[in-house]
Write a protein that binds this ligand. Structure first.
Ligand SMILES: CC(C)(COP(=O)(O)OP(=O)(O)OC[C@H]1O[C@@H](n2cnc3c(N)ncnc32)[C@H](O)[C@@H]1OP(=O)(O)O)[C@@H](O)C(=O)NCCC(=O)NCCS
Length: 178
């Protein structure tokens, strides 16, 4: 099964994605926009990553694949909790040449609507570095609100960075026509 979003295909990760994900997930600039730290991924790490996420029962993770079926990133809902009806959202588009063209917005909308309409979630939340203006603008545009600020909760390039917790309740999500 797959979903067509903004000219891209959202589908489960495959072992054949290793080479493309090796590029996407080893981009230092992109990694610097995410929480935590990374020493990079070997191809074996990526095989394990793919196997793990294919099997995870509390996730809805999709690879974002272009017209040649090359993975350019991934988007998904993690820690899906059917009792609380909540999940954590995350997205990475690793090919910087396609930023700013609406793909992030379309994929984020897709994940939100998948969470509310398919998984029957009530709350979707995320963490974002307070310095990541592009992502914050995107989340605000899709009705996420800032729920809290974790002060100096990350350390990047020799300085502490605040982390924003943002959340979106199903009744707050304003659907706009495609
Ligand atoms: C964040 C990310 C998913 C956004 O994807 P994208 O395809 O570049 O985003 P879009 O083109 O859909 O733009 C979304 C919004 O970002 C904002 N934006 C775009 N370019 C921007 C820029 N140069 N500076 C600031 N904001 C910008 C705009 O508000 C835009 O909304 P608009 O179309 O209504 O104007 C993508 O850049 C990415 O993967 N970045 C690296 C990883 C990351 O930061 N992930 C999020 C971690 S929480």
């Amino acid at each position: 099964m797959h979903y067509d979003v903004a000219g891209y295909r959202l589908r489960k990760p495959e072992l054949s994605d290793v080479d493309a994900l090796y590029v996407v997930k080893n981009d230092a600039e992109v990694a610097g926009m995410l929480g935590g730290f990374s020493t990079g991924y070997s191809k074996a790490d990526l095989e394990a990553w793919i196997a793990f996420h294919r099997e995870a029962k509390d996730e809805a993770l999709f690879v974002i694949a272009d017209a040649k079926d090359r993975a350019v990133g991934h988007v998904g809902l993690y820690k899906v909790n059917h009792r609380i009806r909540s999940a954590e959202f995350a997205i990475v588009i690793g090919d910087r040449s396609i930023w700013g063209k609406g793909l992030g917005r379309a994929c984020t909308r897709f994940a939100i609507e998948y969470g509310f309409d398919e998984l029957n979630l009530r709350r979707i939340y995320l963490e974002v570095l307070a310095t990541n203006e592009r992502a914050i603008k995107l989340y605000r545009a899709l009705s996420f609100v800032e729920e809290g600020r974790l002060r100096q909760a990350q350390w990047k390039r020799g300085r502490y960075i605040d982390v924003l917790v943002m959340g979106l309740l199903s009744e707050e999500y304003r659907r706009n026509p495609l």
